[in-house]
Ligand binder design. Structure first.
Ligand SMILES: Cc1cc2nc3c(=O)[nH]c(=O)nc-3n(C[C@H](O)[C@H](O)[C@H](O)COP(=O)(O)O)c2cc1C
Length: 356
């Protein structure tokens, strides 16, 4: 390893990273009609290709998985072609890019979705809270339909199908978003999963959906190309779990034989547990740690063995050249909150590189 741990290359399963500075997934709501990533997204990701690995914004594997306005999908020919231009541009600059697969489940509004799309969840429990829509402003979350067993199988099939599309689109791998209160986490957690069948009730049943999705993606990709993102104990999006330590210890021990490329762990200030310690105790493979790191604390996490790599989200928004800025000890530019999720180039591709 070089004197600067974050700048050293690393292998995460089958993914070769030229440094350990990972761009964390960020929803930026810039997809065009048909939820297709367009030219702006090509420029946005290409400008950040110096990262050891880019994890894309959460991308719905089917129309049912969409929750928010203007998020991209990967289940149509047009979406595949759009993503192909993104991955080509990142690869042309020597980068590595994986697709984050995000099925929002009940954290959705029909105002943001196609007319024939459904809002589904493990149980018929509406999340309290509201979300932004382009057509109706702030609205309550949908009341979800309970997925039948056939519906669960179909949903797992959608992940697999979208995983295949990700291969055709030239991605280097995929990451399952099982954090932030979306569908996989809804299955894992006692507050959102009131089922009493093979996918709910007993702890092993609550784990089943996530395990089966990971198995399906591993079949498509090989597990060395599949990552998993978790945030144990995070109450975000009206999520509650009676015993998150037990849930996530069991989950990580259950997925261990798959030999996934990496585990991406977010620590949440709102959680009552130590997510990093839990991950270190229960997941022997490469760990990518997230939330609130800077260059110094990221280097310390790698040097101390807690992390194989560290991911940065907000720092990448206004600093497309984050890796160079870290290397040069240059100041980081602040980002503008108002343009985080608005359409267009402003606040997306408008942030300049540091003057040399
Ligand atoms: C604008 C924005 C959008 C985000 N969208 C996603 C997302 O699509 N998927 C995801 O897993 N996390 C998402 N996150 C969470 C980040 O990946 C990350 O966990 C969080 O910002 C903490 O990392 P940081 O301290 O480096 O910013 C988002 C965060 C921000 C600021």
């Amino acid at each position: 390893m070089t004197a600067t741990p974050l700048l050293a290359p690393v292998q995460l399963g089958g993914l070769a990273l030229r440094n350990r500075i990972v761009m964390a997934p960020m929803t930026r709501n810039r997809a065009g009609p048909g939820d297709v990533p367009g030219e702006l997204s090509v420029d946005y990701y290409a400008a950040r290709a110096d990262a050891g690995m880019i994890i894309t914004e959460g991308t719905q594997p089917s129309r049912h998985g969409k929750g928010y306005a203007r998020t991209p999908g990967l289940y149509t020919r047009e979406q595949l072609a759009g993503w192909r231009r993104v991955t080509d541009a990142v690869h042309a600059r020597g980068g590595t890019i994986v697709l984050q697969m995000m099925h929002c489940g009940r954290i959705a509004s029909h105002h943001n979705k196609d007319a024939d799309a459904r809002t589904v969840a493990p149980s018929v429990l509406r999340a309290s809270g509201r979300m932004f829509t382009d057509t109706a402003g702030l609205v309550e979350f949908d009341t979800p339909e309970e997925l039948s067993i056939e519906g669960i199988r179909a949903t797992i099939g959608e992940y697999a199908q979208s995983g295949r599309a990700a291969q055709l689109a030239g991605f280097d791998g995929v990451e399952l978003h099982a954090a932030s209160g979306y569908l996989p986490m809804q299955f894992l957690s006692t507050g959102t999963n009131h089922r009493m069948d093979a996918y709910g009730g007993a702890l092993t049943h609550r784990l089943r959906f996530v395990v089966e999705v990971l198995e399906a993606l591993s079949e498509v990709w090989g597990a060395g190309q599949v990552g998993l993102r978790i945030c144990p104990g995070n109450p975000f999006n009206d999520l509650r779990d009676e015993n998150p330590v037990e849930t996530y210890e069991a989950l990580l021990r259950t997925v261990a034989p798959l030999n996934l490329a990496y585990l991406h762990v977010i620590r949440s200030p709102d959680a009552t547990l130590d997510a990093f310690a839990l991950a270190q105790a229960c997941f022997a493979g490469p760990r990518v740690l997230n939330d609130g790191f800077d260059f110094a604390s990221g280097n310390a996490a790698v040097a101390g063995g807690a992390a194989a790599a560290v991911s940065f989200a907000r720092a990448f928004i206004a600093n497309p050249d984050l890796v160079e800025r870290f290397e040069g000890g240059w100041p980081l530019a602040p980002f503008d909150r108002k343009t985080l999720y608005t359409p267009g180039a402003d606040g997306y591709t408008s942030y300049p590189r540091h003057a040399r």
